[in-house]
Design a protein. Structure first.
Length: 161
C-alpha cells in the first residue's frame, strides 16, 4: 500500500479502540522493526508520528511457537491458542485487534473474531498470499461500517451474522 495520511489517521483511531494487539510472530517482528521508538525508520513524515507513538505504546500479545521471549510491551502467548484468546477476551475492556494472515485464519476457524475490517487499496497485484486461504467453512458477514478515502481506498467493517 502507498502511505496515506487518511489511512494512518484511521489506523490510530482503530488502535485506540482496542486494549491490546494480538500478533503472530511475523507481524510482530515486522511491526517492531518498523515502529518501535528508536528503531531506524528513516525520514518519517510528521503525519506518521501519531501512529508510531500509538503502536509503540500499545500492549501486545504475540502468538509464537518459535520465540522464547518478547519485549516491546508484549507478552508471549503459548499453549492452546483458543483457550488463551478466550481468556484474554474475557478480561474487561475494549477488546483486541489482530492482523496478518495465519493468525486471523486460525481465529476465524475458532469463531473468535467479533469484527472484521478490510481496507481495499486501489492497486491490483498478481501475486502474494491470499487472506483467509484455506478457511474450512463459510463465515457470513454483515456490513456495519464503510469509509472511503481520497486515495480511492475503502475500509469496510463487518460482523459475523
Amino acid at each position: 500500500m502507498q502511505p496515506d495520511q487518511e489511512i494512518f489517521r484511521r489506523a490510530v483511531e482503530t488502535l485506540e479502540r482496542a486494549d491490546a494487539l494480538l500478533f503472530g510472530r511475523v507481524i510482530y517482528e515486522m511491526m517492531e522493526a518498523a515502529w518501535r521508538q528508536g528503531a531506524p525508520t528513516g525520514a518519517m513524515p510528521d503525519w506518521m508520528q501519531p501512529f508510531a507513538r500509538t503502536i509503540d505504546a500499545a500492549k501486545k500479545y504475540v502468538v509464537s511457537s518459535t520465540l522464547d521471549r518478547v519485549d516491546w510491551n508484549a507478552e508471549l502467548v503459548c499453549g492452546d491458542l483458543e483457550k488463551a484468546v478466550q481468556r484474554i477476551k474475557q478480561e474487561p475492556g475494549k477488546g483486541l485487534l489482530t492482523g496478518g494472515l495465519k493468525l486471523p485464519l486460525a481465529l476465524a476457524e475458532m469463531g473468535l473474531i467479533d469484527e472484521y475490517e478490510f481496507v481495499v487499496q486501489p492497486r491490483l497485484v498478481g501475486h502474494g498470499p491470499t487472506l483467509f486461504a484455506g478457511l474450512s467453512k463459510f463465515v457470513d458477514l454483515r456490513l456495519v461500517g464503510r469509509q472511503e478515502y481520497d486515495s480511492g481506498a475503502v475500509a469496510m467493517r463487518y460482523e459475523p451474522r
